[in-house]
Design a protein around this ligand. Structure first.
Ligand SMILES: Cc1ncc(COP(=O)(O)O)c(C=O)c1O
Length: 399
């Protein structure tokens, strides 16, 4: 099945595609950094899968395998188009654990992360390092500083770094890392590259050719609009041929139609990154949701999604500027994610309460309000949010 479905809606206009999403009236949902809004097509696919589950004897293995491969192809279209490169796993942490299991690391080596990095791309490295006597190195960003500079400085300072494990967009405030520069510098030093794209996948293009990573992981439930519990792991050709899975699930093995597993020798892996496919995640419900989501996302195209989200975030920033709140913008914003930092804990609380009272859903954490739209909101929504922030600032005497 093609990842692009002719039934999916064409690229949306600049206005909101609100009718495609099942967001209740009165809610301005800006929390895609936590979980994407629900497409009606995804809701319908989920309902159909639940209904079909009442007669499991009618679900054929062929249909199920076709659904698995359609999701693989749909996700692959957002990486580099090669379904053989993609494994289906339950979480970003699982994908990072596969990378940590496989990449060569010795005592004394270091793994580079960001200070405050999301734990799914931290804990597996801590475990692996503690097993072998390697260590973590954390890039430190100065106040108001830039993660790319911090990463490049850390690489210059620490020649023991053998693995660079980073996001594309920092989960707390939306700051973009320049992966072109970081990947080139890492390659020059012979370090492996592992990327967690959970905060950018399906909102910003992926450049496998430029970054040449070893492993890339992402959840499927943020801008990719799919189900929780079904994440994607891209593996470089070397690891597709030589990598070891952490689970040894039968799904990852090829025994043809015999379905006999010899005691004497393990059955060969299925081709490509399928050797890393995890058990349990390929349940019909999650597959149906992910399949519908990826068909829509691919029908829009990630370049279009990015361009249209940029229209929304640009409108938000312009409105913040007009309200005199430009200094609240936490980081040079990307297309899909604006972090706003009110001055101090009381201000953050006041702003959070004002947003909640106005029906705006956003995460408020680590001193930052994450405003992360998808195509269900429009420019007017974004301007309204800026006005709410300005009113909250005035009411709390913040300026
Ligand atoms: C950067 C980042 N990575 C990973 C995740 C999720 O990881 P996991 O699938 O391991 O729960 C999130 C958020 O949910 C995230 O923001």
């Amino acid at each position: 099945m093609s990842p692009v479905d002719n039934d999916a809606r064409p690229a949306p206009a600049r206005a909101a595609s609100r009718d495609l999403f099942a967001i209740p009236a009165g809610v301005t949902y800006l929390d895609t950094a936590a979980h994407g809004p629900r497409l009606r097509a995804v809701q319908a696919a989920a309902q159909a899968a639940l209904d079909a589950g009442t007669a499991p004897w009618r679900l054929t293995t062929d249909d199920w395998e076709a659904a698995v491969e359609a999701v693989r192809a749909g996700a692959a279209a957002l990486f580099d188009g090669d379904p053989d490169a993609v494994a289906l796993v339950p979480s970003a942490a699982y994908g990072v654990a596969v990378a940590a299991r496989n990449l060569p690391l010795r005592a004394g080596d270091a793994v580079l992360v960001l200070d405050g990095q999301f734990p799914s791309n931290l804990l597996p490295w801590q475990q692996r390092c503690s097993e072998i006597g390697a260590r973590l190195a954390a890039a430190q960003r100065r106040d108001g500083g830039d993660w790319t500079d911090a990463v490049l400085a850390a690489l210059d300072a620490d020649p023991a770094i053998r693995v660079i494990a980073l996001p594309h967009v920092y989960w707390r405030d939306g700051q973009l890392l320049d992966l072109d520069r970081i990947a080139a510098r890492g390659r020059a030093g012979g370090a492996a590259l592992v990327l967690d794209l959970s905060q950018s996948f399906a909102a910003l293009p992926v450049s496998i050719a430029r970054w040449q990573p070893d492993f890339v992981v992402t959840v499927g439930h943020k801008w990719a609009l799919g189900a929780t519990g079904l994440a994607y792991l891209w593996a470089a050709p070397h690891w597709r041929a030589h990598g070891v899975s952490i689970e040894q699930h039968w799904l990852a093995r090829d025994v043809g139609n015999s379905w006999r597993f010899s005691v004497d020798c393990a059955a060969p892996y299925r081709p490509g990154a399928r050797r890393f496919d995890a058990g349990g995640v390929v349940d019909p419900l999650r597959l149906a949701m992910a399949g519908a989501a990826l068909r829509q996302v691919n029908a829009w195209g990630v370049e279009t999604i990015a361009a249209q989200l940029r229209v929304r975030t640009a409108a938000l920033m312009q409105a913040l500027d007009e309200h005199g709140l430009a200094s609240w913008i936490a980081a040079r914003p990307v297309a899909h994610f604006v972090g706003v930092r009110p001055p101090g804990a009381d201000a953050l609380r006041a702003v959070g309460a004002a947003l909640t009272a106005a029906g705006v859903v956003a995460t408020t954490r680590h001193g930052i309000v994450r405003l992360a739209p998808h195509l269900h909101v429009d420019v007017a929504d974004m301007r309204r949010v800026a006005a709410i922030l300005a009113d909250a600032a005035n009411a709390a005497g913040l300026r």
